[in-house]
Design a protein around this ligand. Structure first.
Ligand SMILES: Cc1cc2nc3c(=O)[nH]c(=O)nc-3n(C[C@H](O)[C@H](O)[C@H](O)COP(=O)(O)O)c2cc1C
Ligand SMILES: O=C(O)C(=O)c1ccccc1
Length: 369
């Protein structure tokens, strides 16, 4: 925004507008919506706007390098594709398009268990672009451990290099937009392809994805002990849970309130990040997702202790607006903007920004009262 005039839309805002115009309004609401009053969803974005970055000067850092090392992946960008369900509703190529764009960008793709494309087809699409493309598989632990095991085996077989276990969903969030629209199932012609052929699935059909409040660390240990892939926990907000994750051999945690789609009273992801980072104390990577829309947001998260960040909705906007090219534009814009902001802040690479460089905006930040 400048001089009181209307803001000039950036690439993400442009793609969001285009997606809103193209999508079935019911599917737009599914992608865009949050739980309850949608406070957490809004706050994810607004909390970044309340933070400012203090650049360091004359550091001779040169042009910043945006690459990062993550479990089972060396990525060219600290922006990973967060797992989101049902890409087939956004574009006929669905997750295949997302996978090709992520691979071309050198970005880690976390593919959702609730994808409309089978995980083996997702990894094949990614590898058709880049042989060493990194794809992680997101998983909800299922009450029937044989189902969880079969899914984890399938992901490993497909060439995924990590499992991301989402732990913020003991029940499905209450989403008013979906309730109002009566959107609770995929329309005909789409299916949760990973849920075929599992123990208990109807012949030729899919098993429903279950969310269970009865699951515990015991179930997670069972998965950890039965499979070789590194596991990251997604949806950690409490520092004590982050400590437990380290103690249980998790290889990363993702600070996330699920894009505000689960507990609406949850804090903004970026507000929960510093305490989680302190609890983890560098022992495993800490990632964050929720509300990341600009390179400044990425660098703010890096400064507060994140190794990388995830983006959910912006990828869906790109996919709905322009398919593979749209996802590519989102990832390129975020990477370029991150490199630019890192350089402006005097950082050499993604590990350069430090917590002292993040300050609150507003009069109290200046006067201290
Ligand atoms: C439409 C949609 C579907 C999602 N599906 C999943 C999912 O299947 N598994 C999961 O762990 N998280 C899911 N999420 C949460 C995202 O992984 C991520 O936490 C969130 O979108 C980040 O916030 P952002 O959209 O503001 O970037 C979904 C989010 C959206 C918006
Ligand atoms: O919508 C979501 O946030 C989500 O996580 C999900 C999970 C399973 C099926 C559909 C969506």
């Amino acid at each position: 925004m400048t001089g009181g005039g209307p803001p000039v839309p950036g690439v993400l805002a442009e793609l969001r507008e285009k997606a809103a115009a193209r999508l079935d309004p019911v599917h737009w609401d599914f992608y865009e919506g949050g739980a309850g009053e949608e406070t957490a969803a809004a706050e994810n974005v607004l909390a970044f706007r309340r933070l400012a970055l203090l650049p360091r000067v004359l550091r001779g850092a040169g042009q910043a390098d945006t690459s990062v090392d993550l479990p089972g992946a060396r990525a060219r960008t600290p922006v990973v594709v967060a797992p989101t369900a049902f890409h087939g509703l956004a574009h006929p190529d669905g997750e295949r398009a997302t996978a090709r764009a992520a691979a071309a960008a050198g970005a880690v793709l976390i593919t959702s268990m609730a994808s409309t494309t089978a995980v083996a087809d997702v990894t094949a699409s990614a590898r058709s672009v880049r042989e060493d493309a990194a794809v992680w598989f997101q998983l909800y632990l299922q009450p029937e451990s044989g189902v969880t095991d079969a899914l984890a085996r399938r992901a490993a077989q497909a060439g995924c290099t990590a499992l991301v276990v989402t732990v913020d969903s003991p029940v499905f969030g209450r989403r008013r937009r979906d309730d109002r629209n009566g959107f609770h199932d995929l329309p005909p012609g789409h299916a949760t392809e990973n849920m075929r052929g599992l123990p208990g699935a109807p012949p030729g059909g899919t098993l429903d994805i279950a969310m269970s409040p009865a699951l515990s660390w015991d179930d997670l240990r069972r998965l950890r002990d039965g499979h070789d892939l590194p596991i990251l926990l997604k949806g950690v907000l409490h520092p004590d849970d982050a400590r437990l994750a380290v103690a249980e051999g998790m290889r990363g945690v993702i600070v996330s309130n699920h894009g505000g789609r689960q507990l609406d009273a949850a804090p903004a992801a970026v507000e929960a990040l510093p305490r989680v980072a302190d609890a983890v104390a560098g022992r495993i990577p800490v990632l964050l997702d929720g509300g990341v829309r600009t390179g400044s947001d990425v660098v703010t998260a890096l400064a507060l202790g994140a190794t990388a960040v995830g983006v959910g909705r912006p990828v869906l906007w790109g996919l709905a607006a322009e398919g593979e090219d749209g996802v590519a534009r989102v990832l390129a814009e975020l990477r370029d903007d991150t490199a630019h902001v890192l350089t402006l802040c005097g950082a050499r690479d993604c590990s350069g920004p430090t917590r002292d460089q993040v300050v609150a905006r507003g009069p109290r930040a200046v006067t201290g009262c």
